[in-house]
Structure formats: C-alpha cells, structure tokens
Design a binder for this molecule. Structure first.
Ligand SMILES: NC(=O)c1ccc[n+]([C@@H]2O[C@H](COP(=O)([O-])OP(=O)(O)OC[C@H]3O[C@@H](n4cnc5c(N)ncnc54)[C@H](OP(=O)(O)O)[C@@H]3O)[C@@H](O)[C@H]2O)c1
Length: 394
C-alpha cells in the first residue's frame, strides 16, 4: 500500500517532542489518532512493587526490539507466574518457555536471542481468575501453545468447572467452544506424556492476591481459589494457594498513553470519542480530529475488529468532509516536511524504511537468517536517512 505512492510516511516524529498537535492540525485537514495502547494496566495487590514483577508490555517491547527500552532483560527465575489468561499472557508464557533455537528462524533480535539463551526457566504458571470458559485466549493461539517443542502444557482437572454462564458462553461462541475443547483435551494427558524439560501450567479459578517477597525479592505468588457463581463471574472461597515463583508478569490488559494536546479519559485509558470523532470536554466533536483502534475503544480485539473500527472512523471523516465540517484549508504535507527540516527533526520516510529493510536483510544473510533486526534508534535513523552518525549523507 505504501509503495503505491499516495500514502506518505513520516517516521521518528513524536507528537509532544518534535511537533505539537496544533502544528499537525494546521498542516492537515484531518488528524486520525491510531496510537494504540502501549502501557500495562496496573494490578494493585501487595508485593506488586517488588523488582521482579513486570508488566507484559515491557517484556514484549524488549523481545520485539523496541528501540527505547534497555537491551537486556533479567531472565533469572526458574519458576515464573503470568497473571491473566488472554493472548498477551499466552505470548509472554510462550516466549518465556520456548527454547531459543526454535526462535532463531524468526525475526528475533540478536540481543534477545542472547538473553533467552541463558534463561534458566523450567516452569511458567499462568493464572486466570475465572473458569476455562471465561479464558480470553483465541483458539489458534492456544493450540499453537501445545506445539512448542520440548514444552509441556499442563492443566488441572480441579480447575475445570462450568456454570450456566459458561454453558451459554460455549453455546453462543464458536471461539469459546474451541478454546474449551482444547483445554479439556489437555486434561486427558497421562503423566508419561509429560517428558519436556520445560512446562507451562494453565491454572483457572485462581485470583492473584499477593506477591510474596523475601529480602526484597519475589519468592512466591499467593492466589485465592474462586468459584463460579452461575453467570460466569466468580466469588472468593477463602482457600489460598502458594506457588513458589521468582518472577511475576502481569498480562491483565493494556492502557493507552495520553497524547499532548488531545483530551484523555484517565479512567478508561482512551481518547474520548463518539464512533471515532474525538470529543472535547463539553462532549462536542473537535473538527478534523479522529481516533481509531485501541486508543479509540480500548485494548480488545484482533486485526479484524480493528479494520471494521477504522471503517467506522473513516465513514465519519468522509461525512464531515462532504458536510464541510473540517474547517480552514490546511497548509499541507510539504509545508509540514519543510517545518520539520527547519527545526532539525530527523524524520524518516517509506524509502528510508526500505533502506533499513535492505540493511537488515544483508545483516541476516551474513548470519544465515532472513534478517537481523536493528534495535538502536540511532542506527535505524542513520540507515533510514542514509547518513552517518554525525548526520552527514553517506
Ligand atoms: N496473537 C494474537 O492474535 C494476539 C496477541 C496479543 C494480543 N492479542 C489481542 O489483544 C487484546 C488484548 O489482549 P490481552 O491479553 O492484553 O487482554 P485480554 O484478552 O482482555 O485478557 C486480559 C486477562 O487479564 C485478566 N485480568 C484483568 N484484570 C485482572 C485482575 N485484576 N486480576 C486477575 N486477572 C485479571 C482478565 O480476566 P477477566 O476476563 O476475568 O477480566 C483476562 O483473562 C485481545 O483482544 C487479544 O486477543 C492478540
């Protein structure tokens, strides 16, 4: 799509650092915010501030090679807890348990491969506070978990309870039905089937209540057994379980970051909007300002729902254009580029992305991999802009 030429990309430009929202709105007839959710939702339990309690997004940033996070990750725990039973929890559990050799054919950055090579993990415990029919996994992602080489997935029969709410969920959603079927199939595994050197344990009906510390470090997770109440929600039972772990990852949902110069709903973690039209404090649409994706509706859904969501936003944008609601003519893209040049912003373009792509593939060739990802922002920028580290063109 970008190759078609009618979409122009400006990368390495941060709103609030390199440009202001007012500047953007002056240069374009409409601005669509699609900044997603980049923070972890908090989990307020005692011990959550211990150093080995991590947010899933921080870990995902690290293994995806995000340029602005440290290059190393402390992988020192043999036993790890992952809180939450959504796809992010699955991604984190899989990444923690997978042997590095099985990741090398992917685009995993070299520093991440190096970090994972020393990972001493043997057991990853994933905890859901409700039952198997309330898990948020999607079927394909869950089945993939069962195929990780030398990693056994273990479930516990006592965690399998289905109330009326669960029956309804299974009947009304094919996804839930498939997820439950996969989980139930795994209860049939015999002890002799479990031969792998690493294990992922999926626990249900366990509400995390405390991260236990000793000498300032994580030594365990206390969970309380819960019971389904009939409508798919749970109540506490007063029975507590202690699982020894030395690190805890919370994957209990994401949260968006505010964008300077744009209203923000601190409670829901989204930009206030009506079907994609951004609203001011008086709940009136701000002309020419739109939102789409997770910053619009919160962190739920796969790519399909994000597409239909974008269609809704764009339909309103088109309506507003046709009704003449967008306001004064904008200064235009070329004027924006000229302003970035004048203020010394080292922006990158689509052609620059292609340069970086070629550079990464060439690095990969030398290492017999498809590509080796560049993770330092400075190198990415310099390669994309075809300049040396002093900013000269090379
Ligand atoms: N490969 C992929 O396709 C992929 C990968 C990553 C993410 N995604 C998508 O991205 C979206 C976000 O994923 P996600 O995993 O972050 O969110 P999610 O699907 O909403 O799952 C969040 C999990 O955290 C639990 N939780 C929330 N608050 C909790 C608390 N206080 N204590 C204990 N558990 C708590 C939730 O349980 P309750 O249900 O009880 O609230 C739920 O199990 C999803 O739509 C997901 O499918 C897709």
């Amino acid at each position: 799509m970008l190759r078609r030429g009618d979409i122009r990309l400006l990368g390495n430009v941060e709103v609030g650092r390199d440009v202001t929202m007012d500047q953007l709105r002056a240069h374009y007839d409409a601005v669509i915010l699609a900044t997603g959710s980049d923070r972890d939702a908090p989990l307020d339990i005692p011990g959550a501030d211990l150093p080995e309690v991590y947010g899933a997004s921080e870990f995902v940033f690290w293994y995806d090679g995000h340029p602005d996070v440290p290059r190393t990750w402390p992988l020192e725990a043999r036993e790890v807890a992952v809180l939450g039973v959504g796809n992010v929890a699955l991604d984190v559990a899989r990444m923690l348990a997978k042997h590095v050799e099985d990741l090398l054919p992917t685009e995993i950055p070299a520093n991440v491969a190096e970090g994972l090579r020393r990972n001493p993990v043997t057991d990853v415990h994933v905890f859901g506070r409700r039952g198997p029919a309330q898990a948020k996994f999607t079927p394909l992602e869950l089945r993939e978990l069962g195929k990780v080489p030398d990693v056994d997935v273990i479930v516990y029969e006592e965690d399998f309870d289905f109330d009326q709410g669960s029956e309804i969920a299974i009947r009304s959603s094919n996804q839930t039905k498939q997820v439950v079927k996969t989980l139930v199939d795994w209860t049939l595994k015999e002890p002799e089937d479990l031969t792998a050197s690493r294990r992922i344990h999926l626990h249900f009906l366990h509400q995390p209540v405390e991260v236990l510390g000793e000498g300032g470090h994580v030594v365990g997770l206390r969970t309380e057994r819960t019971a389904l109440t009939g409508d798919g929600t749970v109540r506490p039972t007063g029975e507590f379980v202690l699982t020894p772990v030395q690190a805890v990852y919370r994957a209990v949902g994401y949260f968006s970051s505010p964008i300077e110069g744009v209203p923000f709903d601190d409670v829901r973690g989204v930009v206030p909007n009506s079907e994609g039209r951004v609203l001011d404090d008086g709940h009136h649409p701000i002309p020419g300002l739109y939102a789409t994706g997770w910053v619009k509706r919160g962190p739920v859904g796969l790519i399909g729902s994000t597409k239909s969501d974008a269609q809704q936003t764009i339909a309103h944008l088109v309506e507003d254009v046709q009704a003449g609601r967008l306001g004064h003519p904008a200064r235009g893209h070329d004027a924006m580029v000229a302003e970035l040049e004048a203020t010394g912003v080292r922006y990158t373009t689509w052609q620059g992305w292609e340069l970086l792509d070629g550079f990464e593939r060439a690095l990969g060739e030398a290492a017999s991999r498809e590509r080796v990802k560049v993770v330092e922002r400075e190198t990415m920028t310099a390669v994309s802009r075809a300049e040396d580290h002093d900013g000269r063109l090379v």
